[in-house]
Design a protein around this ligand. Structure first.
Ligand code: NAD
Length: 495
């Protein structure tokens, strides 16, 4: 087998400072934090840590870029479209580098991060197309008046993103934001800041004016908190945990009532009816549960399986979980890389320990993989669960497939909805009635039928209930980055 190129295994790290007004700056305090490769537990870079004054500088730079008559504000939609398309081209040009950087920083297998880069480029191209298309209406008005609406940018938008798919999250926030003519200050997660910094350099290279995009790595309770509370920020787009999402909502209320969109976690049901081919169901269900080491907000973590195929399904899941290759994420043979951190690995093991103590059965896996230095964990299958256990209610965010038995359609709908979350759901069945009932009745922002995980730039992604509100992707995201202004004009020469 061919050796893995050194450039993929150990990418050269070019940018580690704050990106403010198209310049690379050390943090005003001089402090840094370590970026760790989760496959080896080695430090790969010291990253400048944004503190309150740096956040303030970034917001000021963004505000200046958004000022009346600034280069950015005077740009035509077609010019904005060209810049965004240029960024997409540069992202594709540097695909191998960006993918290897993401794999080194986050542990997501290179075979997936390369695909992520292509998705990110597609997202920017898609939103380049929206720069001149999100228009208002002319509205019939009582009296001699002419009334129209126009969709205006909101202004300075803050984005706070998680570590699980960093480049994808970057594109979900930045692309619709800039397409609508806003400016942005983005705080990547402290566990995975490297690709956001490199992507920022491509915005400068493409010719975006200074201050339109600013990237400030730092800790959540310092830089994130400060951004969420900043009076100069007009909107915050957050993706992350439910706990922090609540803090963002509080911060908006305690400061300037900035607009907020929050994409929080999920405890997503993936429902398998017995009419569906069992082998395919096992494959799709494990993709849903184990993809990205289960560190996905929309992972199919609660796998409901109809009783007449349950035993067979569980047996096959155990066989397949044992065959799953976990290892070096730069190796194409690895289906699963490490967890993001020691802390996340311990958190997942803790859920399993408490579930087992309460009667759940770990039928495959359940352990740390100890023959490597990084944070690797066995793909794990758990049965004998009740809906009331902690593990059935909370996001585990690890490679854990939880299998539950059900009998009837009505029962499974009720149990699928027995959660405070409502992000995604899946159903595997050939029965049209089951499809329609699940699609209509399960409370989720996204429902996958006979598939799990396909996404495309034009769809909408987001949750209901405590999974949050607002949508990423598609036209719905441009709505979330614009305000509607109504203009009413007296028609000249009439009463
Ligand atoms: P997290 O909530 O701990 O952190 C998310 C971001 O918030 C990070 O950038 C972090 O630095 C920042 N943050 C932390 N404390 C903060 C504070 N007090 N004020 C402001 N910002 C703060 O989440 P995580 O552990 O990075 O990511 C995992 C979580 O994200 C999971 O719960 C997962 O479901 C969720 N997630 C949701 C989606 C979605 O679209 N719904 C997508 C990906 C991840």
């Amino acid at each position: 087998m061919d050796a893995i190129p050194e450039a993929i295994q150990n990418p050269d790290i070019k940018y580690t400072k704050l990106f403010i007004a198209n310049e690379w700056r050390a943090s005003s305090s001089g402090s840094t934090f370590a970026s760790i490769n989760p496959s080896t537990a080695d430090k790969i870079a010291d990253i400048s840590e944004a503190k309150e004054s740096d956040v303030d500088d970034a917001v000021k730079a963004a505000k200046a870029a958004f000022s009346r008559n600034s280069e950015w504000r005077r740009m035509t939609p077609s010019e904005r479209c060209k810049l965004m398309s240029e960024v997409a081209d540069l992202i594709e040009r540097d695909a191998q580098y960006l993918a290897s950087l993401e794999t080194a920083d986050n542990g997501r297998p290179y075979s997936l991060t390369y695909g992520d880069v292509m998705t990110v480029a597609k997202n920017f191209r898609y939103y380049a197309g929206w720069t001149d298309k999100y228009h208002g209406k002319t509205i019939p008005f009582n009296g001699d008046y002419f009334c129209y609406t126009v969709h205006k940018p909101i202004g300075v938008c803050g984005a706070i993103i998680p570590w699980n798919v960093p480049m994808i999250m970057f594109s979900w926030k930045v692309a619709p934001c800039l397409a609508m003519g806003n400016v942005m200050v983005l705080k990547p997660a402290e566990q995975s800041p490297l690709t956001a910094l490199y992507l920022a350099s491509l915005f400068k290279e493409a010719g975006f004016p200074a201050g339109v995009l600013n990237v400030i790595p730092g800790y959540g309770n310092v830089a994130g908190r400060s951004l969420a509370h900043h009076d100069g920020v007009d909107k915050i787009a957050f993706t992350g945990s439910n706990t922090v999402g609540r803090l963002i909502l509080e911060a908006a209320a305690a400061s300037n009532c900035k607009r907020v969109t929050v994409e929080m976690g999920g405890k997503n049901p993936n429902i398998v009816f017995s009419d569906f081919d069992v082998d395919r169901a096992v494959k799709l269900s494990q993709t849903a549960a184990f993809g990205n080491s289960g560190q996905v907000c929309c992972s199919g973590s609660r796998n409901f399986v109809q009783d007449d195929i349950y035993e067979q399904f569980v047996r096959k899941c155990i066989e397949e979980a044992k065959k799953r290759t976990v290892g070096d994420p730069t190796d194409f043979k690895s289906a699963q890389g490490p967890m993001i951190s020691e802390q996340q690995l311990q958190r997942v093991l803790g859920f399993l320990e408490r579930a087992a103590a309460n009667g759940a059965k770990i039928v495959s896996g359940g352990n740390r993989i100890r023959d490597r230095d990084g944070y690797f964990m066995e793909p794990t299958v758990v049965t004998e669960l009740t809906d009331e256990m902690e593990i059935s209610k909370e996001e585990v965010f690890g490679p854990v497939q939880q299998i539950y038995k059900f009998k009837t359609l009505d029962e499974v709908i009720e149990r699928a909805n027995n959660t405070r979350f409502g992000l995604a759901a899946g159903v595997l069945t050939n029965d049209f009635n089951n499809v329609m009932e699940i699609a209509n009745e399960v409370n989720a922002g996204v429902v996958w039928v006979n598939c799990y995980y396909p996404m495309s730039p034009g769809m909408a992604f987001g949750g209901v209930k405590e999974s949050g509100f607002g949508r990423d992707l598609g036209e719905y995201a441009v709505q979330n980055y614009s305000d509607v202004k109504t203009v009413i004009m007296k028609v000249p020469g009439r009463h």
